[in-house]
Design a protein around this ligand. Structure first.
Ligand SMILES: CC(C)(COP(=O)(O)OP(=O)(O)OC[C@H]1O[C@@H](n2cnc3c(N)ncnc32)[C@H](O)[C@@H]1OP(=O)(O)O)[C@@H](O)C(=O)NCCC(=O)NCCS
Length: 211
């Protein structure tokens, strides 16, 4: 059985990752704690401080269980500095995938996602529970799509974009780097880099910057 480590143990996302790993027949050898927060891992799974990680753990593939693109990017940089070398890509076995899916290293596809044809997602992507991804999506690195979001066909998401839970993005929309789409928003026109939009139809929120 494949064994991996989780880098970062404080996010509630850990619970879903544990379930997906269980369904996929993959074992968590240990969690690596990178912040002084209580571990969200189930009892019995060992947690190691980042400065006390063994060479054996450093040799294993690793996954960063964090949803926010900014936090995930920072954690991946920390993991690389620590000496972790092989990002693990986790696809929950309940996801429905197309024949041709390009999914970058270190990505996570959570339970119940339905991914359309010819989708491309860059490294360290996160498709959360039950997201519906339209055909021909072009997504950059560190893109996070929230639970139950609906992404139309031919959408482009630049690096670091966060799509909130249940948001709807209409076909052919282009969303700029590090932009945030609020939960439940309906995006009917392109979104500028760094913008935060919410509502139906989605409008920029005042005095906000992206994640
Ligand atoms: C849009 C968002 C980024 C704004 O976050 P924020 O800057 O912390 O905003 P606040 O919570 O301070 O709210 C500011 C105002 O916007 C409103 N608001 C917040 N989120 C909203 C949303 N999704 N749709 C509509 N209005 C929203 C608030 O009610 C508040 O209104 P008020 O000023 O009249 O009281 C955030 O609310 C959001 O939707 N994030 C996505 C989270 C998500 O879905 N994650 C996936 C989980 S896995």
């Amino acid at each position: 059985m494949t064994r991996i480590v989780l880098f970062g143990t404080g996010s509630p996302v850990v619970a879903d990752v544990e379930e997906s790993l269980h369904r996929a027949g993959t074992i968590i050898a240990a969690g690596i704690s990178n912040r002084p927060a209580p571990s969200q891992l189930s009892n019995g799974i060992p947690v190691t401080e980042a400065d006390k990680v063994s060479a054996e753990l450093l040799s294993l593939p690793y996954l960063v269980p964090l949803f926010s693109p900014g936090n995930r990017r920072t954690a991946f940089e920390e993991a690389a500095r620590l000496g972790l070398k092989t990002p693990f890509t986790l696809i929950d076995p309940t996801a429905i995938l197309p024949r041709a899916l390009e999914l970058g290293d270190g990505s996570y596809v959570n339970a119940g996602c339905v991914v359309g044809s010819r989708v491309r997602v860059g490294a360290f992507g996160f498709l959360n529970r039950g997201a519906l991804i339209g055909h021909d999506l072009e997504a950059g690195t560190f893109v996070s799509i929230g639970p139950g979001a609906v992404i139309g066909g031919n959408v482009t998401l630049a690096s670091g974009v966060l799509i909130g839970a249940g948001a709807v993005v209409l076909p052919k929309i282009v969303i700029g780097e590090n932009a945030v789409v609020g939960a439940g928003a309906v995006v009917t026109c392109d979104v500028a880099a760094g913008a935060v939009v919410a509502g139906n139809p989605a409008r920029p929120m005042p005095q906000q910057t992206g994640n």
